[in-house]
Each structure stands twice: as structure tokens, then as C-alpha cells.
Design a protein around this ligand. Structure first.
Ligand code: SF4
Ligand code: SF4
Length: 321
């Protein structure tokens, strides 16, 4: 039997999704038996030219992690789209923008100024900023152009499947790889695979009190955390109501930490942050606008909490000027 032709790529991301593939431990030997890799920059030495030389649709499966942040990310997304039969948005950043998409709360100029001029550890009295092309004696040095906006993978190219998570749970990764390798019937294109079909709250064992209301938000760093009570009841933001299950409850159960929403939207929700704002509104113990404002003010960085992983896929997409 011929081996499955596979590519793995890392665009705007931290690399955790790549490492999560290796977290399937000894099963990686079975993957090696069943798959032939054509690109996997973190693990093997390939050149982009090797991929460009392949016939179109030569690669059976590409796991693409990372958001689209610059011209190189976009170029490789388009290249792998051409060369792949099945392209999977692998992990939160490719799926919904992830942490990199929080940059959409700022402009590119603001980010450059912060990173290269005003950050406390920077010494740059001339205010020099990165240039995409720099003439040198030998010719011209170029680097990718950073975009003003961070995109999810499907906002740039067509995608067959989505595997959510920051990073995806290794057990789920193995299930997806095994399904593809064994020729199992996959769900229709456009589906989320390697995850559940309901909200995390529906599988959470923590005790909830229906009429519990809060008069202020707490922070995990300064609050004793009860391992049995719903985090919202403890005044802590937990995105369980608006997050797809399937991660194995890695935060709420294994780590006694609120869910931050990395598995993305469950079915029936179109904007994770907007839905979470509605959920939070329902537990605030106030009726008058001024009282509501005071309670809301106890939670810094509202957008960062509610759209931590889904800014690219939000209705607004970014902070509007
Ligand atoms: S909000 Fe969080 S802690 Fe509460 S039930 Fe949902 S997942 Fe569990
Ligand atoms: S509990 Fe939430 S943030 Fe934590 S791994 Fe699961 S989906 Fe991601």
C-alpha cells in the first residue's frame, strides 16, 4: 500500500501545534509507517522549491497551523492549497485567528512602534523600523511584508476541515490521523473534526447555581479557586458556555483553571465573544447602567477575554478606527 503523502506547516503561531503532533508519543512510529512527508519545517529539512516542484494535488493531506500574518504565510497557504487534496486548518490560529489575531485590536503602525521604539527593553533612538527591502552591497535583502490584519486560514484559501485547539489535544490528533490513514469516511468538507458537537459547559462536572449573580469579577491570580464550583459562579470569566468541547477539559478539570475558549465556537454560535458578552450580562447583579458599568470595570481587557482565540472570525474582525 502506498504511503499517505503529508505536509505540516507552521505560519503565524507559536509552534505548539507542531509539538502537539509529537505528543502522540509512540504512535508517531505508526504515523511514520503510514505517511511520507513532503514538508514539515520543524522536523525535516525541506525547501519551498521542493514543494513548488510537485505536481498540483500531489499531497494527500496538509495540516496547516498558524494564522496568516504576512506575505510569506499567504504565499505558502496558496502554494499548499494548490498542492494538497485535503487542507486542514490545524489549531486555533489557523481555525479562528488565535492569539496572533489579538493584534487586530491595533494597527500595524501601533504594533511596530510598540515593538521597535517604545518597549522598555528597546534602545532605538533613531526609531528604525523593519523594511521589507534593504539594499546591501551584494544586492537587496528582503523579508516578508507584515499585513495590517491577521486572517484565519479559510479567509485566504479554501479549507476542507478544521481541527481546533491551542494546541489540539494529542488524542484527538491521533484520531484524525488514524481516520485519514485508515481510509475511514470523513465528514463533509467544512466540518470541524477532532472535537465535540456541544458546548464545554454541557460536559463540565462543576456545580452551577442557576440564579447565582455576581457583583464583580475576580482574577485567577488573586482568588482561591474552588475545584467543584462553576467558575462563573466564583466571579471568574470562563468561556465554557461558548466553546466547543473535545479538549478533555484540560483547563476546567485537569488544571482547575477557567476555559479561555481555544476550541472555538460550538455549533449554533456565530460570534464567540458576542455570545460570551450575553452570557456574562445574564450573571451580573445590577439593573442600572451606572451599576452595570462599575461591575464591568472590574474586568480589564474585555476584548482580550472574550475574543482571545477568535478575533479573525468575529463579526467585527478587528478594532475599527
Ligand atoms: S462556565 Fe466553565 S466552570 Fe462553569 S460549567 Fe461552564 S465550563 Fe464549567
Ligand atoms: S478548557 Fe477551554 S481553553 Fe482549556 S484546552 Fe479546553 S477548550 Fe481550550
Amino acid at each position: 500500500m502506498s504511503k499517505l503523502k503529508v505536509a505540516v506547516y507552521w505560519a503565524a503561531s507559536c509552534g505548539g501545534c507542531d509539538v502537539a503532533i509529537l505528543d502522540i508519543h509512540e504512535k508517531v512510529l505508526a504515523v511514520n509507517e503510514a505517511c511520507e512527508f513532503f514538508l514539515w519545517p520543524i522536523a525535516m529539512d525541506f525547501k519551498y522549491a521542493d514543494v513548488e516542484a510537485l505536481p498540483d494535488k500531489h499531497i494527500d493531506l496538509t495540516l496547516f497551523n498558524g494564522a496568516i500574518r504576512n506575505s510569506e504565510n499567504k504565499h505558502i497557504a496558496e502554494l499548499l492549497r494548490r498542492k494538497s487534496k485535503v487542507l486542514v486548518a490545524f489549531g486555533s490560529c489557523a481555525h479562528t485567528g488565535g492569539i496572533p489575531a489579538l493584534a487586530n485590536l491595533y494597527s500595524k503602525d501601533q504594533i511596530f512602534h510598540r515593538a521597535y521604539v517604545e518597549s522598555p527593553s528597546t534602545v532605538n533612538p533613531q526609531g528604525t523600523l523593519p523594511q521589507t527591502a534593504t539594499p546591501v552591497t551584494e544586492g537587496e535583502l528582503t523579508i516578508p511584508t507584515m499585513f495590517d490584519h491577521v486572517y484565519s486560514l479559510d479567509q485566504v484559501v479554501d479549507v476542507e476541515y478544521y481541527v481546533p485547539g491551542c494546541p489540539p489535544n494529542p488524542e484527538r490528533i491521533w484520531e484524525v490521523l488514524f481516520a485519514v490513514v485508515s481510509g475511514a469516511t470523513l465528514p463533509p468538507p467544512g466540518s470541524v473534526i477532532g472535537a465535540g458537537e456541544r458546548a464545554l459547559c454541557d460536559s463540565c462536572g462543576r456545580k452551577r447555581t442557576e440564579d447565582k449573580r455576581i457583583t464583580g469579577f475576580n482574577r485567577v491570580a488573586t482568588t482561591p479557586l474552588d475545584p467543584d464550583i462553576c467558575f462563573l459562579d466564583q466571579g471568574l470569566i470562563c468561556l465554557g458556555p461558548v466553546t466547543r468541547d473535545g479538549c478533555g477539559q484540560q483547563c476546567v478539570k485537569a488544571s482547575n483553571m477557567p476555559c479561555r475558549g481555544c476550541y472555538g465556537l460550538p455549533p449554533g454560535i456565530t460570534d464567540q465573544g458576542a455570545k460570551m458578552i450575553a452570557a456574562v450580562a445574564s450573571v451580573i447583579d445590577a439593573r442600572e447602567p451606572e451599576d452595570i458599568r462599575k461591575i464591568v470595570a472590574t474586568l480589564p481587557d474585555q476584548a482580550g477575554y472574550y475574543y482571545r482565540f477568535s478575533m479573525s472570525q468575529s463579526m467585527l474582525g478587528r478594532k475599527k478606527a
